[in-house]
Design a protein around this ligand. Structure first.
Ligand code: 23J
Ligand code: MN
Length: 259
């Protein structure tokens, strides 16, 4: 049987499951907060009614949205970061879609993140995962499972900020370097961004953004339910909207898990 026919039958029979890796997108979606002396924040999400089967549109309901590209479960394109600004096809309307449907490697850091909100996955952590599950293949997504999505109900718990700034897990510099070296298409996490909460103080600052986008790789943020994926063998679909000159986009991230 052809691979696609087998997939189609698996989807219809339920042997291949579709896992929803996205969080709800609305006015209550947690958003990144940057130091006010450094930057302007992304605005709160707004959903405005145009009509709801009423005098503004008797037979139909529809809304218009106000939202930043980097809101909720979303995609970071290389043009998002200064290091990726000269990469070819670096925006949401030009990137090659054939690359973004790809196998996904899931690194389970849930125990470590529960013990330490500032936990950093290192290159050695990646190598230990590879020793158990096999090498990260070129073209794969690599995602960090932390179960942090369970905190994605309020900005308080999700950002986990105190006087010293946000505290959430992420990759170390050498981790991102190795992910890029392996030829991964991109890197994703369950936190507000692809970098750790404390990544502004690293060298370089925000290493996931800096190093991924410098090499034309993609980022995925605020993924959910990575605990429903196997370490290897699932397929991740992470397609940004085709925003003209877009630096990123909310996505409906989906995983196919087989059977
Ligand atoms: C802008 C500035 C810093 C960061 C971010 C955006 C993100 O995390 C993002 O959503 O890409 S760290
Ligand atoms: Mn982003």
């Amino acid at each position: 049987m052809s691979a696609l026919k087998e997939l189609a039958e698996g989807l219809v029979s339920g042997r291949v499951k579709v896992v929803d890796l996205s969080a709800p997108l609305g006015p209550d979606t947690p958003l990144l907060k940057l130091p006010p002396e450094l930057a302007v924040d992304t605005p709160k999400i707004e959903i405005h009614k145009i009509s709801e089967y009423d005098q503004n549109g008797p037979f139909w309901a529809w809304n218009w949205l106000k939202l930043g590209e980097h809101s909720g479960t979303h995609f970071d394109a290389p043009a998002h970061w200064i290091t990726g600004k000269d990469q070819p096809n670096n925006t949401t309307d030009t990137l090659p879609v054939e690359k973004i449907v790809a196998p996904v490697c899931v690194i389970d850091c849930s125990k470590e993140a529960a013990a330490d909100p500032d936990f950093l996955l290192t290159a050695d952590g990646i190598r230990a995962w590879e020793a158990e599950h096999g090498a990260i293949e070129p073209g794969s997504w690599v995602v960090m499972r932390t179960d942090w999505y369970k905190r994605n109900g309020s900005e308080d718990t999700f950002l986990n900020a105190d006087a010293t700034g946000p505290h959430s897990p992420g990759p170390s510099v050498d981790c991102v370097e190795l992910v890029v070296e392996r030829g991964a298409i991109g890197w994703g996490t369950e936190c507000i961004g692809t970098d750790a909460g404390q990544a502004g103080g690293m060298d370089p600052p925000f290493p996931a953004h800096n190093l991924l986008h410098k090499s034309g790789r993609y980022g995925l943020a605020s993924l959910c339910r990575l605990d429903q994926l196997p370490p290897k063998g699932a397929v991740l679909i992470a397609a940004p909207l085709k925003i003209v000159h877009g630096t990123g986009s909310p996505i409906r991230a989906l995983a196919l898990v087989g059977g």
